[in-house]
Write a protein that binds this ligand. Structure first.
Ligand code: M7G
Length: 183
């Protein structure tokens, strides 16, 4: 018997194609609901650091699209970890794997219900890992998820990580949105 996960998760892959809309470029890869199937998938696909610039992986609970507009995300936001491209070959894959293990393993104490998914963006200067939560107003859960993420990723204490509300990100550009919370 395989080891069941609490939720079924879907992996999405984004590859930029100028002839298509952003939404059309988001492709569902596959879904899984056991630890063993997670590892077969993880071992089968390219690591995040091997993706081309401009590509993303997203892993979300089944039924939630990796988009601000989804009902599950529209009141939410993300904990954002910026990683200079110099760290792409040393830290990125490790941080992304640990992020995935945190979400599928329900590591956020009583707050895992608030988790929608996680995204890794491969970008020219700064790669990004985002952990998306359902409700930016649930301060206690947002902060606890941020603290746990820091702890599990072993983020150095001199580095702050910031939470951005999707509604703010939509109207600004990229990472320039104001930070609603910091841990
Ligand atoms: P990004 O890929 O999150 O970061 O957003 P980047 O600026 O580092 O590349 C790039 C652009 O993709 C945004 O300005 C939007 O045009 C589009 N985009 C990103 N997200 C996460 C969404 C989304 O959830 N919904 C829609 N409609 N567009 C998005």
């Amino acid at each position: 018997i395989k080891h069941p996960l609490q939720h079924t998760w879907t992996l999405w892959y984004f590859e930029p194609d100028k002839n298509k809309t952003w939404e059309e470029n988001q492709r569902k890869v596959t879904s899984f609901d056991t630890a063993e199937d997670f590892w077969s998938l993880y071992n089968h696909i390219k690591s995040a650091s091997e993706l081309q610039i401009g590509c993303d992986y997203s892993m979300f609970k089944q039924g939630i699209k990796p988009m601000w507009e989804d009902d599950a995300n529209k009141r939410g936001g993300r904990w954002l970890i910026n990683l200079d491209r110099k760290l792409r070959n040393t830290d990125l894959d490790h941080f992304w794997l640990e992020t995935l293990l945190c979400i599928i393993g329900e590591a956020f104490n009583g707050y895992s219900d608030e988790i929608c998914g996680a995204v890794v963006n491969i970008r020219a200067k700064t790669d990004k890992i985002g952990v998306w939560t359902a409700n930016a107003n649930n301060k206690d859960s947002v902060l606890e998820i941020g603290r746990k993420l820091r702890e599990r990723l072993k983020i150095a204490s001199k580095i702050n990580i910031c939470y951005q509300i999707h509604k703010d990100v939509m109207v600004k550009t990229g990472s320039q949105a104001k930070n609603a919370y910091v841990v």
